[in-house]
Design a protein around this ligand. Structure first.
Ligand code: COA
Length: 184
């Protein structure tokens, strides 16, 4: 597979982009996280804390198109447990105009490469609202399998919503690499 994007560390100037994404109501409605009102100043502090915090249990990365270092989306890994070799991939947020170009799948494959080939994890989990067919399809294309439906896991937009727990194991990632003919 040829990748049109790459991942890089957050920079201070990414905060405004991240804050703008948060204000897209249609996007917030689809994802599992709680809705929050966040001022640009607070977002800047959050980004700066990530940049300078050295938290070993989380990684936040900006998504950029090849040849352009400007941020078009971001992704993160949390709950990195070095003893048990497990972590939580928190998903992706892409600028709406950059969706539908295959960048979501490419991001997932890059994250899994980092999770299994750098962090030495054996298991990576992810969540998707039951109604978010695009996210479930994307995760399954990247090799995740449904483990179970977490009932009433999220309260959002006046309703309790079910959420799929999905996971991928290291040995399944090896098959994903072969399927997409990824570099060794
Ligand atoms: C969800 C999201 C990450 C998908 O990224 P993307 O780059 O558009 O996805 P891709 O182009 O890699 O497509 C992956 C699959 O989903 C399908 N897909 C993408 N957008 C779709 C849409 N709006 N409707 C239906 N299918 C869609 C693609 O067709 C593709 O499947 P295919 O190859 O069989 O055709 C992106 O739209 C986004 O950031 N959405 C807002 C945040 C969000 O919902 N995040 C949760 C994702 S973990």
């Amino acid at each position: 597979m040829v990748f049109g994007i790459y991942l890089r560390a957050f920079r201070t100037e990414d905060a405004l982009f991240i804050n703008a994404l948060r204000r897209i109501e249609a996007m917030e409605n689809k994802i599992g996280g709680v809705k929050r009102f966040v001022s640009p100043e607070r977002e800047l502090k959050w980004v700066q804390d990530i940049i300078q915090g050295d938290n070993p249990s989380a990684v936040y990365l900006a998504i950029c198109e090849n040849g352009n270092d400007g941020i078009i989306g971001y992704t993160s890994i949390a709950d990195i447990d070095y003893r048990n070799g497990s972590c939580f991939w928190s998903g992706i947020k892409l600028a709406p105009e950059k969706s539908g170009k295959g960048y979501g799948l490419q991001t997932a494959l890059m994250i899994l490469k980092y999770v299994f080939e750098e962090l030495r994890m054996v298991r990576c989990i992810g969540h998707a609202l039951e109604e978010h067919g695009v996210a479930i399809k994307l995760m399954e294309k990247a090799g995740f399998r449904k483990e179970g439906l977490m009932r009433n896991y999220v309260y959002k937009n006046g309703e309790h919503k079910n959420t799929w727990l999905l996971s991928i194991l290291q040995e399944e990632y090896i098959q994903v690499k072969q399927r997409y003919e990824l570099e060794p």
